[in-house]
Write a protein that binds this ligand. Structure first.
Ligand code: GLN
Length: 484
């Protein structure tokens, strides 16, 4: 038996029955990392010693009968979530040697649940990007085609799960960064409702859009991780104080009575034929499972991308002002004056995409342009949110592709930021509205993965998991493994 390719729930059964120990499982996963990591480049820091000691602790908890489904299960954490005493780089030169003095809330909760952390994953620098090519450290390769991008910005987390370098991973999603790489790598990616999961200890990109969520091999695992990471946190002022259900209770393979909408604006121009075909088949499957499907129109969708690229850079520009060479990370020391030190710290510490965002954000927020750009974008944001509210009076969920294309070639879009930004047309309206979105594997186009996105109203995570679960159980796409 290959231990590394188990899901959380499968591994948990074995651990519970003492058929395997967490130490055995962890060693199998570490060995897998040693085998495939050189090919894919998913991990920034491998935490082998920590993993082995956490596995021993987990085994002790299991033998004491004090455990939950995540106890003793190897995981990867995106490298923008603070890990106490362990380097957290955001794949940036700026934080290359930054060692946080505390854990992010999600990390703290996973540790309490008995996580075995095997490493921190590669990402686009400060989570800005859709291909993980913006990592200042190294690129990550898609296991379904090693010359292709894994999506981004949580590309390392998606690849880590797809290649069994971990049983599950955490990612963060500001405009699609969990769902889009999940779709590109044929794993399950879940962006919960804004405020559902604490952002405390997540390095901020665009605070009104950022949200942490799981990347897993199947939908059941997504529910299991949500059970641990969701919930109120007084250290995050935007955290929702709203009860957390047992998400596994919604895993019922039946969609009778469900009303699903298919927004026609998401079948955008520029969408690949293969993706559209996969989606049509997927939608027919949902109908077979008992759901009624109807076409809907979301007229404001076409403005979401423009609004996002005003709001996200504006917030990023403010959040990134803290990297001045004094408080955190990289500091340029060979300078003539304080200003010179600050300028050079930012000149050498940030990569080109981060600088582009800072310049865009500074422009959008500057006197004279604020009303024309930032304020206008905020108004559009309200319209988009209202439009979703209206359709959710009639529908339980909306179905769209996760991305208009299959994974593209490494290097294909790096010199064309606008083309790159289009990668997230289907996912970023969801962050703009603050609602949840789940991406599940929906099939392949010429051997490359296609993801289906399920969108719901605020705090309808259970509905999305149920739809994803029902779909997954009858199609089994998630079981296919990349040819590594
Ligand atoms: N690709 C989008 C961007 O570059 C979204 C990134 C994200 O979700 N973190 O901003």
């Amino acid at each position: 038996m290959k231990l590394y390719d188990l899901t959380i729930h499968q591994a948990h059964e074995l651990l519970k029955r003492r058929d395997v120990s967490s130490l055995e499982l962890t060693k199998a996963v570490l060995k897998r990392i040693a085998e495939v990591e050189e090919k894919v480049g998913a991990i920034v820091s491998i935490t082998e010693d920590l993993a082995l000691s956490q596995a021993e602790q987990a085994d002790k908890r299991i033998s004491d009968g004090d455990f939950v489904p995540l106890t003793g299960i190897p995981a990867l954490i995106k490298d923008n979530m603070c890990t106490k005493g362990l380097r957290t780089t955001c794949s940036s030169r700026m934080l290359e040697n930054f060692i946080p003095p505390y854990d992010a809330t999600v990390v703290e909760r996973l540790k309490e649940a008995g996580m075995v952390m095997v490493g921190k994953t590669n990402m686009d620098e400060f989570a800005m990007g859709s291909s993980t090519e913006n990592s200042a450290l190294f690129p990550t390769h898609n296991p379904w085609g090693l010359d292709r991008v894994p999506g981004g910005s949580s590309g390392g987390s998606a690849v880590g799960v797809a290649t069994d370098e971990a049983i599950y991973a955490l990612g963060s999603d500001t405009g699609g960064s969990i769902r889009q790489p999940a779709g590109f790598c044929s794993v399950v990616g879940f962006k919960p409702t804004y405020g559902r999961v604490s952002r405390f200890g997540l390095v901020a990109f665009a605070s009104s859009l950022d949200q942490i969520g799981p990347l897993t091999k199947d939908v059941t695992d997504s529910a299991l991780v949500m059970n641990v990471i969701a919930g109120y946190d007084p250290r995050d002022s935007t955290s929702a104080n709203y009860p957390v259900p047992d998400y596994t209770e919604s895993l019922i393979p039946d969609l009778r009575g469900f009303r699903l909408g298919v927004p026609k604006e998401y079948f955008v121009e520029g969408m690949e034929k293969g993706v559209e075909e996969v989606m049509r088949t997927a939608i027919a499957k949902l109908e077979e499972l008992g759901a009624t499907v109807e076409e809907v129109s979301l007229l404001h969708t076409k403005y979401a991308l423009a609004a996002y690229y005003i709001i996200a850079p504006s917030e990023a520009m403010a959040n990134l002002a803290r990297y001045d060479g004094v408080k955190y990370g990289f500091s340029y020391r060979d300078a003539e004056s304080m200003w010179d030190a600050m300028e050079k710290t930012r000149q050498f510490g940030f990569g080109p995409e981060v600088k582009r965002r800072i310049i865009l954000g500074t422009y959008a927020l500057s006197a004279g342009y604020y009303d024309a750009y930032y304020l206008k974008a905020q108004k559009v944001r309200t319209l988009i949110r209202r439009e979703f509210e209206e359709v959710f009076e009639k529908f339980d969920a909306l179905i769209t592709p996760t991305s208009p294309t299959v994974p593209f070639k490494i290097g294909e879009k790096v010199d064309d930021p606008l083309q790159m930004y289009l990668s997230d047309v289907c996912t970023l309206p969801i962050n703009i509205a603050g609602i949840p979105g789940l991406s599940v594997p929906a099939g392949f186009s010429d051997g490359l993965p296609v993801g289906m996105q399920i969108i719901g109203k605020p705090f309808s995570e259970e509905t999305l998991l149920r739809i994803g679960f029902a779909y997954e159980q009858t199609t089994g796409w998630w079981e296919q493994k990349p040819p590594l």
